[in-house]
Design a protein around this ligand. Structure first.
Ligand code: NIG
Ligand code: FE
Length: 390
């Protein structure tokens, strides 16, 4: 059974072939899906016959969003903390411990329901690939089960045992780092592809972060870092030094940080939902792009600093607040996210890759920023399977 998407007004391929530079835009196009993969792309007038047909009626089609940074395994609600921030309280990350307590107290089904609900919510908004971190368990058993549940929803799972030092280790952080590097890492390994550390004042310093990331890397995990979110710090340069796939947040960068990123393969993943929800200054995407850094956009979906699963919202914020053009933001939310996960088969539409895409209820990708807050994702295909009806 194959499926033809016909009469596409504007097809964003991210192949660099066609109009729009890296976006590789093709107009009046059609796309054939076979066995879950893109089988053919070409002019609509040459479209082959197919068992099923979706008439895009001149609308835009783009690769599924790649949300390369999300914390979906948690329990509890921190709406009151958000309200306090909107009344002037600063964000310090201290609320992470509230979520750790609620997560530890929740049973597996409760956590699974939350991940499933948020995964479905993200898919409805066009995210066909999503990374999911642990980090609200912070015990050997709770980190392992968080990751085990995450693997039920995505292959892109990240061990974040070094999110904060949990209360029972408050006066002996070195012992906690030893736990993370030893028994916790061993329990996480069967379920994790990546390792991440919150390298920030009040969480883990450069020495602790280096120790944890190095031992995780030696065990076969890819490296990512929460870096330079709340203030300047060593996280970005540490990530570059270790060959991290991505350093995430990048809100407070020195010129040396920007230079180090520009000389590296490490992606700078920007998370504007966090600045929105903590009422903080946004990262300067323009500065990074002008320096030649590869930029990705992701949601950081979590119950504390950024409770949104919406990549379209992040695209709109990046354009309005961070100096990105709509084209740069859409590339960063698709191909950029794929680079941050070192995935060659995501964030792109060409024959042979999984048919992961969105049909917009709009004539152009531009509308994602031009019409903020409007539900423009009318149909999502994941592995060639329609996820929701228009
Ligand atoms: O990426 N910065 C660290 N971790 C999360 C926030 C977690 C929370 O507040 O619960 C983040 O923003
Ligand atoms: Fe995060």
């Amino acid at each position: 059974m194959n499926l033809l998407i016909d009469n596409i007004g504007e097809l964003v391929t991210n192949t660099g072939i066609g109009e729009g530079g890296p976006l590789g835009i093709r107009r009046k196009a059609a796309l054939l899906v076979e066995e879950g993969e893109v089988a053919w792309i070409g002019p609509a007038r040459y479209a082959p016959a197919a068992d099923r047909r979706i008439d895009a009626d001149g609308r835009a089609v783009l690769p599924g969003f790649v949300d390369s940074h999300a914390h979906l395994v948690f329990a509890g609600d921190r709406g009151a903390e958000f309200a306090a921030r909107m009344a002037g309280e600063p964000y310090t990350g201290g609320g992470i411990r509230t979520t750790v307590a609620a997560t530890r107290a929740a049973d597996d089904d409760r956590l699974r329901d939350t991940v499933g609900r948020l995964r479905a919510e993200a898919m409805r908004q066009g995210s066909t690939t999503i990374e999911i971190k642990s980090g609200y368990g912070l015990s050997v058993a709770d980190e392992a089960r968080s990751l085990r549940i995450a693997t039920e929803f995505t292959p892109e799972t990240t061990f974040l045992g070094a999110h904060v030092v949990p209360p029972e280790y408050a006066d002996r952080p070195d012992d906690y780092v030893g736990l993370v590097c030893g028994p916790m890492l061993r329990a996480a390994l069967p379920y994790a592809k990546w390792i991440d550390v919150f390298c920030e004042r009040g969480a883990f310093d450069a020495d602790h972060a280096r120790a944890i990331l190095t031992v995780g890397q030696a065990a076969g995990l890819g490296v990512r870092v929460h870096a330079n979110q709340l203030g300047p710090g060593p996280g970005v340069q540490l990530g570059v030094e270790l060959g991290a796939a991505s350093v995430d947040h990048c809100t407070h960068l020195s010129d040396l940080d920007v230079d180090a990123l520009a000389m590296s393969e490490t992606v700078a993943t920007l998370l504007p939902g966090a600045e929105f929800s903590t009422r903080s200054p946004y990262p300067d995407a323009r500065r990074l792009l002008d320096a030649g850094v590869t930029v990705a956009l992701a949601t950081d979906c979590n119950p504390g600093s950024s409770y949104t699963s919406s990549m379209p919202f992040c695209v709109a914020l990046a354009v309005r607040e961070m100096g990105m053009t709509p084209a740069e933001a859409v590339w960063a939310a698709t191909a950029g996210g794929a680079r941050a996960l070192r995935r060659l088969d995501a964030g792109v539409l060409r024959p042979g890759v999984p048919a992961d895409l969105s049909i917009l209820d709009a004539p152009s990708f531009l509308h994602l920023a031009y019409r903020p807050g409007v539900p423009l994702i009318s149909q999502v295909l994941h592995n060639g399977v329609p996820q929701c009806q228009p």
